[in-house]
Design a protein around this ligand. Sequence first.
Ligand SMILES: Cc1cc2nc3c(=O)[nH]c(=O)nc-3n(C[C@H](O)[C@H](O)[C@H](O)COP(=O)(O)O)c2cc1C
Length: 213
Amino acid sequence: MSLIDSLNWRYATTKFDSSKSISERDLEKLKDIVKLSPSSWGFQFYKIFVITDPKLKERLLPAAYNQNQIIDCSHLFVFCSYRSVFEEDIDQMIAEFHKLRANDDNYNKESTDNYGAGAKKSILNMEPNRQAEWLKKQCYIALGQLMVGCADMHIDSCPMEGFKSDEVDEILELQSQNLTSVVLLPMGYRSSDDKYQHKTKVRKPNNLLFEDK
Ligand SMILES: Cc1cc2nc3c(=O)[nH]c(=O)nc-3n(C[C@H](O)[C@H](O)[C@H](O)COP(=O)(O)O)c2cc1C
């Protein structure tokens, strides 16, 4: 199937077949897909909780306004952004650059250190609300990439903002980890009686969506 066919095949799944699970092999591939997401400065200041524990899913259900995808899915990805960025977070990623690029041709350690210094100047001086917004946006880039990856693998998913972030944060004890929940992605396999799979896609017509200049 072409990518366009897969994107037409996907839909925001409202009912998963809870008897079907994503295989370990596919799960590793999904993790690779999300791991390869681009992010601002390449820092990936987020963490993704992968939830399969039925008891934990049950506890999260009311926080997600009882949307059943939370419990019927095979795997629930909870995208969490850092609450704020500290100097050590940037140092940690710069250390990864050094480690992973050490053997690249003409690797220049000093220019990477300068990159880190520039990042600190920009990110650590952001006004806190702006920084929080910026951090959340990074999660959506990863979410989008993972949803396309799911479609390509014919794995169903449902992006979800309909949940109480403060409650999810409490259940997953996120605040003490400098994290906050941003968006959810339950994944798995559609139930044959999810009526939404038969609905025609509604999208803006091209003349409203695009403008040639
Ligand atoms: C960021 C985001 C948040 C969403 N939140 C929910 C949600 O909480 N519950 C839900 O059932 N669908 C949710 N949706 C699904 C959208 O309603 C759906 O993607 C849209 O109607 C387009 O339909 P399609 O994805 O089936 O093509 C969300 C979608 C996005 C992108």
